[in-house]
Design a protein around this ligand. Structure first.
Ligand SMILES: *Cc1c(COP(=O)(O)O)cnc(C)c1O
Length: 396
């Protein structure tokens, strides 16, 4: 892979390690271990493994290394560590950096499992966590302290699609010497410029757009060579959250087409969001790429697109939301996102069911809220499907 190659070229060819057979499609090295030529060679490799020398799949594997190199090339970081799931990446990035007595500032609007890691697990080990409204820059300024080691946020919050200003929050964090860890799932690696905007560590659930076809769980932690090798790798390889070679192969093939898929999804999302504006069955249409979004200017600056997810607030609460879901013919009811298939979710009764009513209110998770992850189907068909389902809501 050449440094000057453009991203789309890197996504097809980056990281490839071709075996002696000259295969076109990347090989799945479905092996946990590796054979050494001699006892001396084994000793030498344990002492210091070279760039393309492997010891044990929990530490590294050629197929996994291909995925890591390819996603690092896309994100523009020096290194990556692939993990068994998005949550292994989030928890690994944070746990490997923090110790008892450290302080963390986090946005409050988080994916449920991220909230659990910050609120329930880190605090159990003596890390203090302060939660703030991620869109309120003064709240970030007030919350950081000299002992703040990490700030954490999702660049676009799930499911209400509020956007955090990466550059400004990074400046605030760096002002006190804290590292910025960004869960960038909703921004997607295609539209992310998080590193140039100041993020130190970027984390993805590869389960979402990177696979993009609903097959495998995975995740990745991206950062400097120093951080990945000295901080993340020792933690991950000894605690066991590494990615399997088969999953890495699925994700590697996902990266080949991610740029095409995610751009098509974002175009479709834009079309659906525009078609729905002002619809009489809706209280709100939230889409970061539409001028009606409260942070539209920031979105344009930060991502240049609204991404692949829309939130709809349907008039008539849960009953109306359920009628809408049950009337959909193309869009499936599920809780993944970033998939080639369009997926609708009712957060209040599924992904965010665990939250109290007060917490749901605070996060804007109303009974009528639907999260719509837009896929790569034909835009006209998608608009027609959503329209006929809204029709079914109002006909009741
Ligand atoms: C899905 C998701 C995760 C967790 O990813 P898994 O692969 O399901 O473990 C973390 N953060 C965000 C924002 C997500 O959407």
């Amino acid at each position: 892979m050449k440094k000057e190659w453009k991203k789309r070229t890197k996504l097809v060819h980056g990281g490839t390690r071709r075996s002696q057979y000259g295969e076109v499609s990347e090989a799945i090295f479905l092996t946990q271990g590796f054979v050494y030529d001699s006892a001396e060679a084994a000793e030498a490799r344990f002492l210091q493994a070279g760039e393309d020398e492997f010891i044990y799949a929990r530490y590294g594997n050629p197929t996994v290394a291909m995925f890591e190199d390819r996603i690092a090339a896309l994100e523009g970081t020096e290194a990556a560590f692939a993990t068994a799931s998005g949550m292994a990446a989030v928890s690994g990035a944070l746990m490997s950096m923090l110790k008892a007595g450290d302080h963390v500032v986090s946005a409050r609007a988080l994916f449920g499992s991220c909230l659990y890691v910050l609120e329930e697990i880190l605090t159990r080990y003596g890390v203090e966590v302060t939660f703030v409204d991620g869109t309120d820059l003064d709240a970030w300024r007030a919350a950081v302290r000299a002992d703040t080691k990490v700030v954490f946020f999702e660049t676009i919050a799930n499911p209400t699609l509020e956007v955090v200003d990466v550059q400004t929050v990074a400046e605030i964090a760096h002002g006190v010497g804290a590292k910025v860890v960004v869960d960038n799932v909703f921004a997607t690696p295609v539209f992310s410029r998080a590193v140039e905007q100041g993020a130190d560590v970027v984390v993805y659930s590869a389960t979402k757009h990177i696979d993009g076809q609903g097959r495998a769980l995975g995740g990745v932690i991206l950062g400097t060579e120093e951080y990945i090798r000295k901080t993340v790798e020792p933690y991950m390889k000894h605690t066991g959250g590494s990615m399997s070679p088969f999953t890495a192969w699925v994700m590697l093939k996902g990266l080949e087409t991610i740029d095409l898929r995610v751009r098509a999804q974002a175009d479709n999302a834009q079309a659906v969001a525009e078609a729905l504006q002002g619809h009489q069955a809706l209280d709100r249409v939230i889409y970061p790429g539409h001028a009606s979004h409260a942070q539209f200017e920031l979105v344009k600056r930060q991502m240049g697109t609204g991404g692949t997810v829309i939130a709809l607030d349907i008039k008539g609460g849960q009953a109306a939301a359920f009628r809408f879901l049950n009337a959909l013919e193309i869009v499936v009811i599920s809780n993944n996102l970033g998939d080639a298939k369009s997926i609708a979710t009712h957060p209040a009764t599924t992904t965010h069911q665990r939250l109290s009513d007060e917490q749901k209110d605070a996060l804007g998770i109303t009974p009528g809220l639907i999260r719509l992850s837009v896929g790569i189907e034909d835009a006209e068909d998608l608009v027609a499907d959503v329209m006929q389902a809204l029709e079914a809501v109002t006909q009741q």
